[in-house]
Design a protein around this ligand. Structure first.
Ligand code: HEM
Length: 507
């Protein structure tokens, strides 16, 4: 049976080889060229050139040689990597009608993640779910979440007072609490909440696209599960229960609460009250679940990058605290109304986004038709990646890109509008741009401002010896600084009462 699979793979490779030879000559006839890239090998194309570690850095280095539009040819598809702000804007932003599709992700689909709008093609099913997210998260709608975000930041600060050693757990809980409350109106426990557990297990089960051969040779998805060598199908069948639990558990809780008349105001409760059909309920359920997926680990990562910056650069921390003390004073905690008057905090947020993009290669867009760009042909079906990391680490735009230096965004004590705002790239592009970007950004602001107003963050000390963070980054579905310990101490004896007073008055 293994030989059948090998035969199938070989047939696919031969087909793409013949196709490749035929199309190169047709390209020349049209006066176009393929985007440059490493020379493809016979049958397997650039399969062996695909970097296995720190791919964003490896692609950025290759782009020095091949240019800002670089192509890798794989047996079943082409991949194009865009490494300049111009190419990204020209293609993913300005040609949104061409580049808003996603490549097929066979393995996640086999595992029961087909409902996830992040992986959906550019079709009506995606549009209708995305509309629900947009309705609740666009810049105007986002303002109504300010009370929730402030409350969550205060609870986070309170938890840091009680158990500063569990700082990472508190960040995770805080991101989850915001999303669960906004989406489902559910308040999660301070520790070990079962809904959060279910969501975390489900997210851990989601494989990185490309991990399985079937993602590179999609025809393999037709191999029956009982075939020897079709272990991926059996893996997929085993794991379908996780995404099912993720979408069903919190949703059923809201429905029950609605029946009992105890449901809190939430995205799901509001949307369900707008339609009674089964189809609508399914759409709402699926759109809601994607909020947790999209908004939890991403926000955690940015807050971890910020914390790392504070530990390594205590001078930056002091300057931010001086600004807070000057603008907000020491009798209350910062609010959203203060944001405009806190340029140094704003610069820190921008620097955290720039330093470690949560998705260094973004999520792949796919070309819906053949497209010509600067004499190159980008073929229909090509997966197009924006190398966000390369753009945000361009030394011409951001000198000494490896240094955490918020001052790069400031001029005469104000935000320098000549320096590109990393948010333009950090949250993706065009019609696929992150729908949660305003929610994420306001969460990040209020959390950072609250922490800096209340605490000093410094290197962990164990048995009298400083234990600095490794500074290493874990690249999974999202990129996050590796877990590190730190010392978190209240800035004054008044911090506890400031938090309690703010909690009493804010929410
Ligand atoms: C710091 C936090 C966040 C970062 C850095 C981030 C970043 C991104 C990026 C780079 C993309 C890919 C965009 C593209 O394809 O061009 C994306 C997509 C997405 N994000 Fe976020 N995100 C964050 C928070 C959130 C939040 C809070 C939510 C929801 C509440 C969310 C929901 C989504 C969804 C649903 C998509 C898929 C959009 C689509 O395919 O149409 N994200 N995000």
């Amino acid at each position: 049976m293994l030989t059948v699979i090998a035969g199938l793979v070989a047939a696919v490779l031969v087909f793409f080889f013949i196709h490749g030879v035929w199309t190169s000559s047709s390209l020349a006839r049209r006066g176009l060229r393929e985007p440059p890239g490493p020379r493809p090998r016979f049958l397997i194309g650039n399969l062996l050139d695909v970097p296995t570690k720190d791919a964003h850095i490896a692609y950025a280095e290759l782009a020095q040689k091949y240019g800002p539009v670089m192509q890798f040819k794989l047996p079943a598809q082409n991949m194009v990597f865009l490494s300049s702000a111009k190419a990204v804007s020209d293609l993913l932003e300005k040609r949104g009608s061409v580049y808003s599709d996603r490549p097929a992700f066979p393995m996640p689909e086999l595992m029961g993640w087909g409902w996830n709008l992040t992986f959906k093609r550019h079709d009506e099913s995606w549009r209708i779910r995305r509309r629900i997210l947009h309705h609740n998260l666009h810049i105007g709608a986002n303002a109504k979440h300010a009370g929730l975000q402030t409350h969550t930041a205060l609870v986070f600060a309170q938890q840091l007072l009680e158990s500063p050693g569990q700082f990472v757990e508190h960040i995770r809980r805080s991101a989850a609490a915001n999303i669960m409350r906004m989406t489902y109106g559910l308040d999660i426990a301070l520790k070990d909440d079962p809904l959060v557990k279910v969501a975390e297990v489900a997210m851990d089960s989601l494989p990185l696209p490309g991990t399985y051969l079937v993602d590179l040779v999609p025809a393999l998805k037709y191999v029956p599960w009982w075939f020897p060598g079709a272990g991926f199908k059996r893996d997929a069948m085993r794991w379908t229960e996780y995404p099912k639990a993720l979408i069903n558990m919190p949703f059923e809780r809201v429905k029950r609460d609605m029946e009992l008349g105890t449901a809190q105001h939430s995205v799901v409760a509001d949307a369900l009250s707008q339609g009674a059909s089964e189809d609508w309920a399914t759409i709402v359920k699926e759109a809601a679940a994607v909020m947790y997926l999209g908004g939890s680990d991403t926000t955690v990562s940015t807050l971890m990058t910020f914390s790392l910056g504070m530990i390594k650069h205590t001078d930056v921390q002091r300057k931010a605290q001086e600004e807070l003390d000057r603008v907000v004073g020491t009798d209350r905690l910062p609010t959203f109304e203060d944001r405009e008057s806190l340029p140094y905090i704003e610069a820190i947020i921008r620097e955290a986004y720039r330093m470690l993009p949560v998705l260094p290669l973004g999520l792949p867009h796919a070309a819906e038709q053949d497209d010509e760009y600067e004499g190159m042909l980008i073929r229909k079906g090509t997966s197009v990646f924006a190398n966000i990391w390369a753009i945000l680490h361009d030394p011409v735009v951001y000198p000494d890109p490896e240094v955490f230096r918020p001052e790069r965004f400031l001029k005469d004590g104000r935000i320098d509008t000549n320096i590109p705002d990393p948010r333009t790239h950090h949250f993706g592009f065009g019609r696929r741009v992150c729908p949660g970007k305003h929610f994420a950004d306001t969460t990040v602001y209020i959390t950072i401002a609250t922490i800096l107003a209340c605490f000093n963050i410094s290197t962990a000390v164990e048995n009298g010896v400083e234990v600095p963070p490794s500074g290493k980054v874990h690249h999974g579905l999202v990129s996050t600084p590796e877990r590190f310990e730190c010392t978190i101490e209240p800035r004054s004896t008044r911090v506890r009462s400031l938090i309690v007073d703010a909690l009493d008055s804010e929410y």
